[in-house]
Write a protein that binds this ligand. Structure first.
Ligand code: 5GP
Length: 194
């Protein structure tokens, strides 16, 4: 059995990563599974512990990180986020393609450890549209919105670190493009090396 692919999807907050991912993650041909991250961020309305994130205290997070239990981790707008390593390894060894939805610093760490990771960055059609989407969420105070926008501007300058950049103007189209990219890499992954 082939070891599953490691797929990283990044993009500024508010770009609609979740919406796009939801459109292809259950496609049986892609054999995908979503890696649930650990975070110290407070839960948003509708989020479920163990489904959207594992919501943990700062102490729990730092303990896991210092024990080497995370594949990567980053601080983002005053909260920690990280990918549990053991689960990713188990799933890939079982032949599953594992999808990480993480920010840029985390992606850099992943690429250092797994240079063959398939990395995809989702961009908004414009920065004005991104601001509109972030404000549309309206669950956070202005100060946090500003921090997210500043972080978005910095992240948008780092898209050259990714193998693919996909624009989310129409989520259905963005999802179709990502499907094609993943299928192509699955074929490569299943072709025996010469
Ligand atoms: P949010 O608070 O909006 O759910 O996520 C904020 C940012 O953290 C997003 O860009 C998201 O992709 C990123 N993120 C979520 N989980 C992880 C993780 O495990 N590691 C890293 N490095 N970033 C993450």
């Amino acid at each position: 059995m082939h070891r599953g692919l490691l797929i990283v999807i990044s993009g500024p907050s508010g770009v609609g990563k979740g919406t796009v991912i939801e459109k292809f993650i259950h496609d049986p041909d892609l054999n995908l599974t979503y890696s649930v991250s650990m975070t110290t961020r407070p839960r948003r309305p509708g989020e479920v512990d163990g489904v959207n994130y594992y919501f943990v205290s700062r102490e729990e997070f730092l303990r896991a990180r210092d024990n080497g239990e995370l594949l990567e981790s980053a601080e983002f707008v005053n909260n920690f986020y990280g990918t549990p390593l053991k689960k990713v390894e188990e799933l890939r060894n079982a032949g599953k393609n594992v999808l990480l939805e993480i920010e840029v610093q985390g992606c850099q760490q992943v690429v250092q450890k797994c240079p063959d990771a398939l990395t995809i960055f989702i961009v908004p059609p414009s920065m004005q549209e991104l601001e509109k989407r972030i404000r549309g969420r309206a669950t956070e105070p202005e100060e946090i919105v500003q921090q997210r926008l500043e972080k978005a501007r910095r992240e948008m300058a780092m898209t050259n670190q990714y193998k693919y950049v996909v624009c989310n103007d129409k989520p259905d189209l963005a999802a179709d493009i990502i499907r094609v990219i993943i299928r192509d890499h699955m074929q490569e992954n299943s072709t025996p090396a010469e």
